[in-house]
Every structure is written in structure tokens, then in C-alpha cells.
Design a protein around this ligand. Structure first.
Ligand code: SAM
Length: 436
């Protein structure tokens, strides 16, 4: 069957979210489906007129796109990320002090050890506890064996910084070369399984490319960029008062995507997720954005008790649920996800205020959603409304791209909510202090 030719809009949307060829260095060490493109970050660095004396924050920094782009532009930046795999990736992508020679010495050592491993009939495998964390058929036995051989050899490296680089390359290769995973945007399993990938060769190539990127920046003065593991809803302790000039970020969106599934295979492989308890802790540490990370003790919804626009959307979802007589456990939580999501974002924006310098400029990339019984959630507009209620000035809602909803076929807006913090009155409103 001939596939239909994509229309211009689809092509433009695809291109807008792509990593441009000239942006590959460092950014491409490890990325995930949730990453936004470096050129978007660059556009806002330019628009905000940021220079080397500014400090950028990305409070939901994922795989560190904002940090790497800031570093490339010579601007200091810091990131906060709750997921240990994404945090590790961000940290490693932002450490540029290693020489290519040091890295390649590590590569030789790892390969020598992996190849010298006695060939036995028994393939290395995940434990049943590890396997229970993965989508069934995420990876076939032989590629997994090679990944585990590499993981064991990397763990023996005496140099922890080279070790980190080697681990990140393994994370990338495990997903991109060795696994059966596909992302589109949900994580799924490919029909044609990868049985015989040469994982060792792919890994060697990956680390060699990383070493080459490091070679390009040796001896250059570099802006300091770093990523801390933390919670974007508790920022005020992570940064000094009035120290941030700009925020460029993309938080999760309220939809039915379980964000922890995006990094599951590599998180298990590198030991960031060992069992169900680790997974539960990870889900608890994230902004609530889907029914799989809602917990009975959650209280972030209390924050939007006085934001009628958010409450209206939650009420519309409840109404639709009753009209359609939907009663599953997940469907019952849909409206709660929306209130918890915007409540969590409000908590984040409230906690951010004291660390912003007066005049600070902010860009939040968010997408409209229709995942909850097809009720349209205009994420950008609602976020702007919540920010305004906390004393931020809404500068504009810039269209980044549109996406076609898989549920309704409608074009949904993905936009950048631009805010400004004028400063001066970081007093809390609506009894916020008493909530936490
Ligand atoms: C859309 S992704 C960001 C992607 C990023 N811009 C990039 O280019 O890789 C959102 C990120 O927010 C993180 N996150 C979710 N809740 C968080 C929280 N409460 N604090 C910090 N990070 C959080 C998720 O783990 C995810 O990596």
C-alpha cells in the first residue's frame, strides 16, 4: 500500500520539532520523545536578549536541551529534573571537561572486557523484578545480553566521569539500536523485532562521536551549566533569591501519557529503577499529569480552588463522564488529573517567584490536549490564567506548532506561554502558605 503524502502542515509541524543537523553535537548524546528542539531554545535566548551575565533556569529540564543550548551560547544555566534517568542524561551532557583521549581509553578497556567474557550457552538476562518493570518484548535476548555485557564492563571502569559517558551511550544504544521500542508518541513495541543488532559496534560508534564532540570544545572557555535532581514545585531552596533572569522550559502536559514509560528500559538497564517501589517513588515525585500518577494523598488541587477557568474544564469532564456513563477507575480520575496538574503548576509558579530577578522573562512550551473524554483542555490559556493570578504578566501565547488530535482529528495548539515577572510583591495569595 502506498502511504499517503503528508500535507504541508504535517511536514511543517514535523520539521519544527526536529533536531537540525547542525545541532547534533552534545544534544544528540541522548534525547527522548519529550525533548523539544534546540532551535526553539535559541529563539527565546535571542528574543529575551540573554547574554553571558544572565542565568537561565529550566525547572523541568528533561534531557537538558535548554542547558546544552545555553552552554553552546555561553550562558550559565541550571536545570531541575525529577526523573533520575533524565537527570543523569542532563548532567552528563553538560560535562564537557573530558578529553577525547581519556574517553577512548575507557572505550578500549570496556570493549576488551566485554569481548573477553567467556562464551557460554547462558545469556545474561534481567531479573524477574526488573523484567516486571518493562513493556513485554521491549528487547530480545541477544541484544539484551550484549547490553548487559557492556553494562558490567562499564561498571568496572575506574574513572567515574568516563563511566558516566559510557553509560549514557549505552542508554541511547539500548533504546535506538538494541530494543524493539517505538515512540509515536506513545511507547510501543515494533512489529519486526530486533534479534541480531551489533550492540557493541553501535556503542563504540556512539562513544566515539561523543568523544569527537568533546574534542571540538577542548581549551574553550565554557559557561557553567548544571542539573540538580529535584522537584519543580519546591524550587526556592535550590536557587538563591532573585538569581534567575529567564526560564525556558517544557513541563509535562495533562494527558494520559505515563511519562515514566518513556525511559523505562534504560532506567532498568542502568539501575535507576530496580523494583516496583522505585517506580512508585518516581511517579510520586512527578507533577501529576495522567491517571497513573495520581495518589490518594495528593493535594495540589487545593491550589486552584480559586481559578474558575480550570474548575470549569474539570466540571466539563465530569459532565461528559456522566453523560457517557463512564465508570472505569481511570475515567473517574480524569477531572482530578486536570485539577492536580494545574494546581501543581501553580505551586511551581508560586515557589519560583522569590528566585526570579525583577524583570525576569519566562517561556513555557505546552500543548492543548483532548485526552480526557475529548474535552478540550487549552493548556496554554489555562496556564497563563493561573500565572496571572499569581502576579505574573502574560506577555503572549506564541504558536509553536499544531498537532492533530488522535482522538478528535482536531488541530491542537502547542504554544509558548510567555510571562514576565515584574517583582516587588512575592506575597502569597489565596492562603497559599497554609497549604504546604
Ligand atoms: C516535556 S519533558 C521536558 C523535556 C525537555 N525540554 C527536553 O528537551 O528533554 C518534562 C520533564 O519534566 C519532568 N518532571 C515532571 N515532574 C517534575 C517535577 N515535579 N519536577 C521536576 N521535573 C519534573 C519529567 O520527568 C520530564 O523529564
Amino acid at each position: 500500500m502506498v502511504s499517503p503524502v503528508p500535507d504541508l502542515q504535517t511536514l511543517q509541524n514535523f520539521y519544527r520539532n526536529q533536531l537540525h543537523e547542525g545541532d547534533r553535537a552534545f544534544h544528540d548524546w541522548y534525547r527522548f520523545i519529550l525533548s523539544f528542539p534546540p532551535h526553539l531554545v535559541r529563539a527565546y535566548i535571542d528574543q529575551f536578549g540573554l547574554t553571558a551575565d544572565a542565568m537561565i533556569l529550566d525547572p523541568f529540564c528533561g534531557t537538558g536541551t535548554t542547558l546544552v543550548e545555553a552552554k553552546k551560547c555561553g550562558i550559565p544555566a541550571m536545570g531541575i529534573e525529577a526523573n533520575p534517568m533524565a537527570h543523569f542524561a542532563s548532567q552528563t551532557k553538560n560535562y564537557w571537561q573530558l578529553t577525547p583521549e581519556r574517553v577512548m581509553a575507557g572505550v578500549d578497556r570496556v570493549l576488551a572486557q566485554a569481548i573477553a567474557e567467556p562464551v557460554t550457552q547462558d545469556l545474561l538476562r534481567f531479573t524477574p523484578e526488573q523484567e516486571a518493570l518493562l513493556l513485554k518484548n521491549s528487547i530480545c535476548d541477544r541484544p539484551l545480553h550484549q547490553c548487559l555485557l557492556l553494562a558490567n564492563a562499564i561498571a568496572e571502569l575506574p574513572d567515574p566521569l568516563v563511566q558516566n559517558l559510557c553509560k549514557l551511550a549505552l542508554a541511547d544504544v539500548a533504546v535506538q539500536t538494541a530494543s524493539n521500542l517505538k515512540f509515536g508518541p506513545e511507547v510501543g513495541i515494533r512489529r519486526t523485532k530486533v534479534e541480531d543488532a551489533d550492540v557493541l559496534a553501535a556503542w563504540q560508534l556512539k562513544v566515539t562521536e561523543m568523544a569527537a564532540d568533546l574534542g571540538q570544545v577542548q581549551g574553550q572557555a565554557m559557561a557553567i551549566t548544571r542539573c540538580d535532581r529535584g522537584d519543580a514545585r519546591r524550587l526556592s531552596l535550590a536557587c538563591a533569591p532573585e538569581s534567575i533572569d529567564a526560564v525556558i522550559t517544557s513541563p509535562p502536559y495533562p494527558n494520559e501519557k505515563d511519562y515514566t514509560r518513556t525511559t523505562r528500559l534504560e532506567s532498568v538497564l542502568l539501575g535507576f529503577l530496580r523494583n516496583q517501589q522505585d517506580l512508585r517513588h518516581l511517579k510520586q515525585s512527578l507533577l501529576r499529569s495522567n491517571t497513573r500518577n495520581v495518589f490518594s494523598a495528593d493535594q495540589d488541587d487545593a491550589w486552584i480552588a480559586e481559578n474558575p477557568n480550570v474548575l470549569e474544564v474539570a466540571a466539563a469532564i465530569e459532565e461528559r463522564k456522566h453523560a457517557l456513563q463512564k465508570t472505569s477507575g481511570f475515567e473517574r480520575l480524569y477531572s482530578r488529573v486536570v485539577t492536580l496538574y494545574f494546581g501543581g503548576m501553580k505551586r511551581h509558579l508560586a515557589d519560583l517567584r522569590p528566585i526570579l530577578r525583577p524583570g525576569a522573562q519566562l517561556a513555557y512550551v505546552v500543548g492543548d490536549q483532548a485526552s480526557f473524554l475529548q474535552v478540550l483542555v487549552r493548556t496554554g490559556e489555562l496556564l497563563a490564567d493561573v500565572a496571572e493570578s499569581l502576579g505574573y504578566e502574560v506577555v503572549s501565547l506564541d504558536l509553536f506548532r499544531t498537532r492533530v488530535s488522535s482522538k478528535t482529528g482536531e488541530h491542537l495548539r502547542e504554544e509558548v506561554v510567555r510571562l514576565q515577572w515584574r517583582g516587588g510583591h512575592t506575597h502569597r495569595q489565596n492562603g497559599e502558605e497554609s497549604l504546604y
